[in-house]
Design a binder for this molecule. Structure first.
Ligand code: ADP
Length: 400
């Protein structure tokens, strides 16, 4: 028997999400609609998934070590224990790989130390990711563990896209450059889009719009990322649920000098109290839709600002790519909000983009084309699957 299961762990500061996949079986996406296969691999059938929440809160699990114990118990109860010889690897989502990690990486003590060094670049995420890695290594020290980085897919960005136009010595000294995030999703969705169109990833140029609570756009040329909207941190780019996205950096100086706000307050303002929630009090696009139907002016304005920014990135990335074969919408908002998709692409026929109102309005859970037959650019809705991508990348390193 060959070990063919991969446990995917996504450790947040107070939560632990897991999925167990069997890589010897085809992925449901493949059997349903022939969706993407990184590394030419169609495998990955979900055996179990779940989440342990409120880690560290009173009356709940004390820490990540205990949380992994809960996961282990849940899996054992289903005959899928972590001590099983069928487990081939653990795949860990790690948010920031800096300049060092541009590929899925087999975890060693040295790799853990390097990920810890990147904490200043991702103070909210990397510490939790490291904790998840440490407890999983303690539980199964014999098992290969693989880190898959959110930044990795964007490492191919040319310098012209990755560098900020600031003093080079200062930028290099402090690692200030554009890294990009959601890379696992952008990689998966760009490939899935090629497959949906019956093409190889190398044959198509795709603009991927990952619109979840966090949101980012990417320009992918022939399977290679050439630009993305998030930067040094996930704050740059699109309007998000609670983040501002692009602003004039001088807003920060102004708030500091005139508003007497300190750095932590401004950080909190731009990351947690801005975006949709800052504009209208709600960060859920469903609620904003309901309020718009009742002619709520601030919900409408929040929607309009969100869509305006999205259109700017569609235009920018069309110019970056020159020829666009597809625009792919993914994640919570992208997969579910026909209104956002329609408003983002309305009136772009001169760019060869013709969304089909009827196709766009149909709800679905599989990858699908929502543009007209005559549209030069295919518009697609492509459900993302970051866990499957992580499992496939991890398995590709350890498979016999
Ligand atoms: P995360 O970034 O937390 O992984 P998701 O990709 O799950 O987020 O997206 C979450 C967001 O998706 C919610 O905040 C909500 O705005 C949006 N969403 C989910 N379902 C719908 C829907 N049916 N219509 C519009 N928006 C939706």
């Amino acid at each position: 028997m060959t070990a063919s299961r991969v446990l995917v762990l996504n450790s947040g500061s107070s939560s632990l999400k897991y999925q167990l996949l069997d890589m010897s079986r085809p992925s449901p996406a493949t059997t349903l609609n022939g969706a993407a296969t990184p590394h030419g691999d169609d495998s990955g059938s979900r055996l179990a998934s779940g989440i342990v929440e409120r880690i560290g809160e009173e009356g709940s699990v004390a820490d990540h070590s205990e949380a992994l114990g809960v996961v282990s118990k849940e899996l054992r109860a289903r005959g899928l224990g972590l001590d099983s010889p069928e487990l081939a690897a653990v795949g860990h989502r790690v948010v920031h790989g800096g300049s060092r990690f541009t590929e899925p990486t087999l975890i060693t003590d040295e790799v853990v130390a390097e990920i810890e060094k990147l904490v200043p670049l991702a103070p909210l995420h990397n510490p939790a990711n490291v904790t998840g890695i440490k407890v999983a290594r303690e539980l199964r020290p014999d098992l290969p563990q693989v880190a898959v980085f959110d930044t990795a897919f964007h490492a191919t960005m040319p310098e012209a896209a990755a560098r900020y136009a600031i003093d080079r010595a200062t930028a290099d000294r402090y690692g200030v450059r554009r890294y990009g995030f959601h890379g696992t999703s952008h990689a998966y969705v760009s490939r899935a889009t090629a497959k949906l169109l019956g093409k190889e990833p190398s044959e198509v140029n795709v603009v991927v719009l990952h619109l979840g609570n966090g949101a980012s756009a990417s320009a992918v040329r022939g399977g290679v990322c050439v630009d993305t909207s998030m930067g040094l941190t996930p704050l740059e780019g699109l309007v998000m649920g609670t983040r501002s996205g692009d602003i004039d950096p001088a807003v920060i100086f102004h708030l500091s000098r005139v508003g007497a706000m300190d750095v932590d307050e401004i950080d909190d303002l731009l990351n947690k109290r801005s975006g949709l929630v800052g504009l209208c009090g709600d960060n859920d696009m469903r609620e904003i839709g309901r309020r718009m139907a009742e002619r709520d002016a601030s919900a409408q304005l929040a929607f309009d600002i969100y869509v305006h920014r999205l259109r700017k990135y569609v235009g920018a990335y069309s110019a970056v790519l020159g020829r666009v074969d597809a625009i792919a919408f993914t994640a919570g908002v992208g997969e579910n909000s026909a209104a956002v998709r329609e408003a983002a692409l309305r009136g772009l026929e001169p760019l060869g983009i013709e969304i089909d109102a009827v196709r766009n309005a149909v709800r679905g859970t599989v990858a699908r084309v929502v543009s007209t037959e005559t549209s030069r650019v295919a518009v697609a809705v492509v459900p993302t699957d970051e866990e499957l991508e992580i499992a496939q990348q991890a398995y590709s390193l350890v498979r016999p």
